[in-house]
Write a protein that binds this ligand. Structure first.
Ligand code: GRG
Length: 296
């Protein structure tokens, strides 16, 4: 294995892609249009940041990659589901995602809703098949990921986000929304590796817990910044769409400079949380830096 995490990304991406391939029904399985749409939503150029966080947190805690495959695949399936719903006319009404037509544009609205509906149970089916994990870990993973998806996680965050359009939120309210809408799944990616570690010291759990929260909020602030300063061709979705939807975002409420400063502050705090792990945290450090510095 190459010794720099950056050079292991292709191998980890291939690993999660083959797990996704195994989990998803073939496109020629009936009902074919539904399965084709599910596959389109998953194999469509995503960066795979959440699975990479699962594997990087696993490297930090020395968890075997074969145990991390199930949460990595399950979380990416949930992420794909959330993007399909997020793009629907009833939500952000986007035509472009990852530089390609969104699922409801490529197929139709009903197929997009059904494809997302089917991705969610598939994620939990993958978790149910996890073998060889410490006793109790599979059910704890299910609990972790259901909480991250539910009304006090991603779905709740999306509800607050839709409700906040055209409103002024405090920085605290905004970050609470980000922690739920985007942060919950990123945080769960980190905690998945914790649940697969036997006898993890509380101080190690607390440090990774803080890291996951900070980096999840920073991810959404960076996403907001890219929506303002990015090019549609690079970010793969229409630049400026937050402004046209009158979204409550960090740049809209506090400006670009304050948004960059807040991202840097969160990154510094997240990196500080990793200090106790020494060199084994290098992959998480690399990903945290990537999240804040990425161009798409
Ligand atoms: C899925 C349980 C569940 C509920 C649906 C629609 C919804 C509720 C939530 C939407 C949450 C959402 C879309 C948050 C935005 C997160 C975000 C910044 C996504 C972009 O992530 P990237 O950049 O995407 O990792 P790629 O394309 O690389 O995969």
């Amino acid at each position: 294995m190459p010794d720099k995490f950056k050079d292991r990304i292709a191998a980890y991406t291939a690993r999660v892609d083959s797990g996704l391939e195994r989990a998803l029904p073939a496109a020629d399985t009936s009902p074919m249009r539904l399965h084709d749409a599910m596959r389109y939503s998953v194999f469509n150029g995503g960066k795979r940041v959440r699975p990479l966080l699962v594997y990087a947190a696993g490297e930090c805690l020395r968890v075997e990659p074969r145990l991390l495959d199930a949460p990595a695949v399950a979380i990416e399936l949930i992420h794909a589901f959330s993007l399909v719903h997020d793009d629907l006319p009833a939500m952000d009404n986007d035509d472009l995602r990852r530089g390609k037509p969104t699922v409801h544009k490529q197929y139709d609205e009903a197929t997009a809703i059904l494809a997302a509906d089917a991705l969610q149970p598939l994620a939990f089916s993958v978790l149910a098949k996890l073998d060889g994990a410490p006793s109790g870990a599979p059910i704890q993973l299910v609990q972790l990921i259901t909480d991250a998806c539910g009304s006090t996680g991603m779905t709740g965050g999306q509800s607050i986000d839709l409700d906040a359009e055209g409103k002024t939120l405090t920085a605290e309210e905004l970050e609470h929304m980000y922690l739920l809408k985007t942060g919950a799944l990123i945080h769960a990616s980190i905690l998945s590796a914790c649940l697969l570690t036997e006898n993890l010291p509380t101080a190690d759990f607390d440090a990774l817990n803080s890291f996951g929260r900070d980096i999840g909020i920073a991810f959404q602030i960076k996403d907001d910044i890219l929506d303002v300063v990015g090019d549609t061709d690079v970010i793969g979705k229409p630049a400026g769409s937050d402004e046209s939807l009158n979204k409550a975002t960090y740049p809209a409420l506090f400006g670009i400079e304050a948004s960059r400063d807040r991202c840097d502050e969160l990154l510094a705090r997240a990196l500080g949380s990793l200090a106790r792990f020494g060199d084994s945290a290098a992959p998480l450090q690399w990903l945290a830096q990537f999240i804040v510095e990425r161009g798409r």
